[in-house]
Design a protein around this ligand. Structure first.
Ligand code: FES
Length: 278
């Protein structure tokens, strides 16, 4: 046995203390409700977003969902060029960042390890024995989970552009093809604004960001810079306590935002808006 194989063997998942056998537990509550509901919501949203952002355009066209100054968050920032191949969705060029960010998120890992891999299905609930035979996050593919902190840095790029998209959405800076350039408060603008607020909350409540700001310091009060970091760390910790809520709410709103812009784009609905100014 090579040294590497011996190390990986030693790193294999321990047996744990839950009773053995899939679903075996002493719990008397309805523990299965959460993973089932989460699996349904996550699967619907993730499947829809992947299809809409990457496959919809090449199959049905048009390549980008945008209408009336509203751009679907799946395509922001819009990366496209004149002779772009029709099989390539602009969404693919940016979605790898948020997909990677969410897939490696500490909270989602806990959630999908439970509802997809039953690993374990819930706290103090027995799991299939086959799961004891992998090397946790010490080997491919799950070692890639360690990329999360780098995906966090990248995630702020599309987030910045989503905030810029609020300008044409409210006609603060009207889109070039806007028919009515008065300031507006439309359903689409509100949907995109709520979405970007929740996505910002999700990113700022990230465990990695909290560690980046407040971690690896022995003394919080020793210097002015450290006192500032401590204050920031406290604020991020406040957000972090509700990271699960930010994760689910932002996943749902980004889905709804894309659905709304696609419905507008297809002419199925018209945007209701209050307009102000001359
Ligand atoms: Fe969830 Fe970083 S831990 S986004």
């Amino acid at each position: 046995m090579t040294v590497q194989a011996a190390v990986l063997r030693a790193l294999r998942k321990p047996a744990g203390t839950a009773r053995q056998g899939f679903g075996t537990t002493s719990r008397r509550d309805n523990w299965i409700v959460y993973p089932v509901v989460q699996a349904v919501v996550f699967t619907i949203c993730a499947s829809y977003l992947t299809f809409s952002g990457i496959f919809w355009g090449p199959i049905f066209g048009p390549q980008v969902a945008h209408a009336d100054g509203y751009l679907s968050p799946l395509f922001s920032p819009l990366i496209a060029w004149k002779d772009m191949p029709t099989w390539l969705s602009p969404g693919l060029l940016i979605l790898w960042i948020p997909i990677g960010f969410r897939a490696t998120c500490y909270y989602y890992r806990k959630a999908y390890y439970r509802f997809y891999f039953a690993d374990p299905p819930g706290c103090a609930v027995g799991e299939p024995r086959v799961h004891r035979r992998f090397a946790l996050e010490n080997a491919l593919p799950f070692i890639l989970q360690n990329l999360h902190r780098y995906l966090l840095y990248l995630a702020f790029i599309p987030l910045f552009f989503l905030w810029l998209d609020i300008l044409p959405a409210f006609n603060i800076v009207p889109a070039a093809d806007a028919v009515d350039q008065r300031f507006r408060v439309g359903v689409g603008g509100v949907v995109l604004l709520v979405n970007v607020i929740l996505l910002t909350g999700y990113s700022l409540s990230c465990h990695s960001l909290r560690h980046l700001v407040g971690g690896r310091i022995d003394c919080f009060s020793c210097t002015q810079a450290r006192r500032v970091r401590y204050t920031l760390w406290q604020r991020l910790s406040d957000l972090n306590r509700n990271h699960m809520w930010w994760a689910w709410s932002s996943l749902i709103t980004v889905t709804l935002a894309d659905v709304y812009v696609r419905l507008l784009d297809a002419g199925v609905v018209t945007d209701q808006a209050l307009r102000f100014g001359q």
